[in-house]
Design a binder for this molecule. Structure first.
Ligand code: ZN
Length: 443
């Protein structure tokens, strides 16, 4: 009955207002905040025999900032590759870097780089860069606060942690790393409403920690003031998903796009799908869901499927079961927050899975692929198009990434062409529902 189904979606109203004062102690960044306020995302992947590299970083067009970001990435990559050279684990080594960017106002821009390395152990590092566009220089905490101010920040941070995690604040490390020194508090970003401090894993606590402070709460010590926050409501209406007529007796394939969404390329692919009355499955990252709520809503409204590709694209097989669970659940929730839908399909990054992954994914289908376009390697439209046209067969699940211009262009060519060849372009779940073939399905 699926092809006759009409679902009404009550679209969530996304109100991004975070009011100061009341939110001073919210521990994690809300999934409804915009995390990439400026910069174009650049994606770098290397999947080799021994190691994986998956980097997303911003190009900001501010020379000093771009140079500094490049520097950090270059050094991190070099030290990682050096370690990889004498690494021989049963899992592939992994370097995963992603970013968030924040515009405080016309003057201050901040970048937060989240770096994850998995070799013999897993290591998470947070690095922040704050740039003053007026003075054209990088900003440290002592440029914004005098000694008294930094002490006041430290007092508030200690207070907050003692209230929220009292049993973990008795350690020597806690008193050492919470003391009001520049070094302890110099990893921060300036959001519109608050300054957010990050503490590396293995400093205050075993895990990394976050503390945010509204500008109003430290007014005595700073000229920084809260900016107007944008409030947006993407959909006022209640809309319907399209009705589909899928013929189970005709050939069908599922195009899948991983690692997005991205503003430009995902939108271009959605346009092509819509124009050709075709559907696809987008395996999105939970960390990006809240950045592009309109794109995710559009996916659903136009009859596409959203799959879970984890929150931060780590190789799940190197994580503890609790962390795998967190990667999956956090993503389910962030997708649900903006679409009112929970994904039914999961694609683990790199397709890598083990017993823990299977258990954490229970109730959802784990999906890999049957035709790999290797679009991330070639970055060439013609190569992608030719590979698909040469290899495609009924029941295929085709792997692509909505991260590159070449992939979007290939999709624009392939979608009408595949339809002309007689293939129905359906979602992965529809393929499983209607298809005779269960390509790529693990469970
Ligand atoms: Zn991926």
């Amino acid at each position: 009955m699926r092809n006759m189904k009409i679902t009404r979606i009550v679209c969530p109203f996304l109100i991004l207002a975070l009011f100061c004062g009341c939110m001073a102690n919210s521990k994690l960044e809300k999934s409804t905040s915009i995390h990439q306020e400026f910069g174009d995302s650049v994606h770098e992947k290397e999947y080799e025999e021994k190691y994986l590299i998956n980097i997303t970083y911003p190009k900001t067009r501010i020379e000093a900032l771009d140079a500094q970001i490049e520097n950090v990435l270059k050094e991190t990559k070099a030290s990682y590759l050096k370690q990889v050279a004498d690494f021989s684990g049963s899992q592939k080594a992994e370097l995963n870097i992603d970013y968030q960017s924040y515009v405080k106002d016309e003057r201050y821009l901040s970048i937060k780089l989240d770096m994850f390395e998995s070799l013999n152990e897993n290591k998470e590092t947070i690095q922040t860069l704050v740039y003053d566009q007026k003075e054209e220089e990088f900003v440290h905490l002592d440029d914004l606060f005098d000694e008294e101010g930094i002490k006041e920040i430290a007092d508030q941070a200690k207070n907050y942690f003692q209230k929220t995690m009292p049993e973990e604040c008795g350690s020597k490390a806690f008193s050492l790393y919470s003391a009001g020194t520049l070094q302890n508090y110099d990893t921060f970003v300036l959001r519109k409403d608050a300054i957010v401090f990050y503490f590396q894993e293995g400093t205050l606590f075993d895990k990394s920690a976050v503390f945010e402070l509204c500008y109003d709460d430290i007014q005595k010590h700073t000229k920084l003031a809260s900016e107007e926050l944008s409030v947006f409501v993407p959909y006022e209406d209640i809309l319907n998903e399209p009705v589909k007529n899928i013929d189970p007796n005709q050939p069908m394939i599922a195009l899948t796009f991983d690692d997005g969404p991205t503003k430009k390329y995902t939108s271009a692919i959605l346009d092509a799908l819509k124009e050709n009355q075709a559907s696809a499955t987008f395996f999105v990252l939970g960390s990006r869901a809240s950045d592009f709520p309109e794109i995710l809503q559009r996916m659903i409204l136009e009859g596409n499927e959203i799959g879970n590709h984890t929150y931060s694209h780590k190789q799940l097989t190197t994580l503890s079961k609790a962390n795998i669970e967190e990667e999956i659940t956090h993503t389910q929730e962030s997708i649900h927050d903006v679409t009112n839908h929970y994904p039914n399909v999961i694609r683990p990054p790199y397709g890598s899975k083990n017993e823990d992954v299977m258990q954490c994914a229970e109730g959802k289908k784990i999906v890999t692929w049957s035709l790999d376009t290797e679009d991330w390697r070639s970055r060439n439209t013609e190569t992608i198009v030719n590979k698909v046209l040469k290899e495609v067969k009924d029941g295929d699940i085709i792997l692509m990434h909505d991260l590159y211009a070449s992939t979007a262009e290939a999709a624009i060519i392939l979608i009408p062409k595949l339809k002309d060849m007689g293939y129905q372009l359906v979602t992965v779940s529809e393929l499983y529902d209607y298809g005779k073939n269960e390509a790529g399905k693990i469970m």
